[in-house]
Design a protein around this ligand. Structure first.
Ligand SMILES: [Zn+2]
Length: 305
């Protein structure tokens, strides 16, 4: 088992006796090396003095020391292991080293003996509307066609110049972007916060699963449409091709988690894999989820199976 010396270990050693023992099984992170040079901590090559390390991490009262010395060897090793770093801390360091480019994924794979974490970049969605041709014409006029202004990550999808107004029982949200092309059914994707303003229930659904969802009134320059259903808070999901899924050991419909580091980092569960051959690799979350975690468009998250 490899031992990892981090900058935190160097700081602890600086406060103790200024010496850290390393051997063939020790990995010293580049930050730890810099920190050691700065704090004048000596990295000494040789067998690790277990007793010293134990004392450094957790000084025991004098009368407890004698019995420890008589305990079987394997027990002492176990204690030393606990005094070092938890699996979680090591994982955090490895992830940090990957994120900052200190180690390549191949290096981590070689060190760990298994694949480096699965990564995917994030596309952040705001509130938007998909319209059926019928509803598009009711809102904008007979024979109307959407005007694309920006391509989206998924092939063929675009943001249109057109916007509509959402009219709920309690409030109104103006200038909601229409995404194209037109679909068989109109679908309104809002943020959870929007549902409070509009006065409708927040119904978390995958795109297209509209049964039992609340309705709303849409207003456009030509007319209005009273939708009986179709307002969802989009369930977070990851698009990929079937090949990309297979390569990652994932399949369509699989529920995974995503994790993100940083100041407000954390983990989001219930992320659905959507694998089909018209998808581009992209993890879709909404602006509320993204803001809560400090995630931006293009941020990279880790997929946890
Ligand atoms: Zn999506």
């Amino acid at each position: 088992m490899k031992r990892l010396i981090s900058a935190a270990d160097v700081k602890a050693a600086a406060e103790h006796d200024g010496v850290l023992t390393i051997d063939d099984n020790t990995i010293v992170t580049p930050q730890a090396k810099d920190e050691a040079a700065e704090l004048g901590v000596e990295l000494v090559f040789g067998a690790a003095p277990a007793a010293t390390q134990h004392k450094a991490a957790e000084p025991a009262p004098e009368h407890h020391e004698a019995p420890v010395a008589h305990e079987p060897e394997h027990h002492k090793e176990h204690e030393e292991h606990e005094a070092a770093m938890s699996a979680e801390e090591i994982e955090r360091l490895i992830r940090g080293a990957l994120d900052t480019g200190i180690w390549s994924e191949q290096q981590v794979e070689d060190l760990l003996g298994h694949a480096a974490p699965l990564k995917v970049s994030v596309g952040v969605s705001g509130r938007h509307v998909h319209l059926s041709q019928e509803d598009l014409e009711a809102l904008f006029g007979a024979g109307y066609e959407l005007t694309p202004i920006k391509e989206l990550s998924q092939p063929g999808q675009f943001a249109a110049k057109e916007t509509v107004t959402l009219v709920g029982p309690k409030g109104v949200i103006e200038r909601v972007r229409v995404l194209g092309p037109v679909r068989p059914s109109t679908q309104v994707e809002v943020l959870r916060g929007d549902t409070f303003k509009l006065g409708i229930p927040a119904c978390v659904r995958m795109s297209g699963k509209l049964e039992g969802t609340p309705g709303i009134t849409l207003a456009g320059p030509h007319g209005t449409v009273a939708l009986p259903q179709g307002v969802i808070v989009a369930a977070r999901h990851i698009h990929m091709t079937c090949d990309e899924a297979a390569k990652r050991g994932l399949h369509d419909g699989q529920v995974v988690s995503i994790a993100f580091g940083g100041e407000r980092g954390g983990r989001l569960d219930n992320v659905v894999v959507r694998a089909n051959n018209t998808s581009a690799l992209d993890c879709h979350i909404d602006t509320e989820e993204a803001n809560a975690f400090g995630i931006k468009n293009g941020s990279v998250v880790e997929i946890i199976k």
